[in-house]
Design a protein around this ligand. Sequence first.
Ligand code: HEM
Length: 410
Amino acid sequence: MEIGTIEPVGHDVLRPDNVPADRVFDFDIYRDVPEGSTLHHSWRALMDQVAYPVMWTPHNGGHWVVLRGDISDVVMSDSERFSNHTVLVPKETAGEAYRLIPLSLDPPAHQPFRKLLNDNLGPKPLKPVESKIVELTVSLIEGFRPNGQCDFMHEFAEKLPVQIFMQIVDLPIEDLPKLKHLADQFTRPDGSLTYPEVAHLFRDYLMPVIAERRGGSGEDMISRMVNGQVGGRELTDVEAQNICMQVLVGGLDTVVNLLSFTLSWLAQDHDLRRALVADPALIDDALMEFLRRFPVVSSSREVRKDIEFEGVHLKSGDMVMAPTIVVTLDEDNNADPLDFRLGRKARKHSTFGRGSHTCPGAHLARMEMKIVLREWLARIPEFRLADGAELRFTNGIVGSVKPFMLEWDV
Ligand code: HEM
């Protein structure tokens, strides 16, 4: 579609000289998925419609979008050509406000901060958290099981990972709604706050927490990070705020959405659900397939220097969106990618990213997902979407399923 046919609104821009007219398409990452489609079907349809695997949209400040798996992986991981300095669109607003650590740092500056995170999110430091996850999962499920129904997002998905997370960082559970609302504004803004306001409110919240924990002997993740060393020195206040913000944003939204995709799928695929109930040993393989089938993140990179790339001239400062979603949906990576299949021989996906910024929270996320699958299926083996419930989906930097009701017989 030519730029002239797209009604300019908000952050839309005119087509720059380096963008050929036939590379322009009408794509807005923050637009709801059309009724009757799903997040992943709508991305697949987009991949089928476009003439080239690298397209350009005038929305959200104007940016390139990659629609083929191998190219997405290159953009995400080639820090020589594609910088992490800005990872969100629109660049001037969301991108500017989201200069968080370590995601907005390129190597070598990235490594010491990343080490701090790895030290806190690996299997060893998280071992004591496992029993807490089981405990909370069981108590949430048992809380609504006698009702024969639940609002999955609000009564379960939003509670479990975020409550666990609040324990890991040792923040009061009463602050959760405020923090969740702020985290959501980065990835799926509802217009209630501008990006600078979101960053400001986050910093206001974190400043006293960091000040209080500095120099202390707390074992929570924030204490360990703000008292850690980067390249032989302490973190500055701003660095400490930025790394804490990054962990909050990364850990509050993604697992919630992956859980929603997973349970809403199980509510509809009765054969799969019954197979997992009959043989819980299949849960490990099912988890790998859920992770493959339901990537949710669409991050971007900033072009460092003018380059020729996939038949187009990219200019220094151009933004390129490299959705993890297209990696899974590429037929070259997974045959019949929209099919959910146990026992797939080779699964290729970038659900947790690619390259040096690959998600440090992956172990925690997998652990939570596995416990939920096991405990839920053992307690509520038969369930379905509530009568008349039709799933709706939202695109965004982190794609999501809108709240839905599950029901079962009691
Ligand atoms: C299923 C759940 C999750 C998914 C799908 C996911 C996905 C991702 C992806 C795709 C990236 C790379 C982004 C990029 O390169 O632009 C990333 C980075 C990151 N994630 Fe996750 N994530 C999940 C859970 C978590 C959790 C639970 C935490 C924290 C406890 C976390 C913290 C982070 C951080 C701090 C980064 C930045 C790493 C860096 O820049 O080196 N994530 N995640």
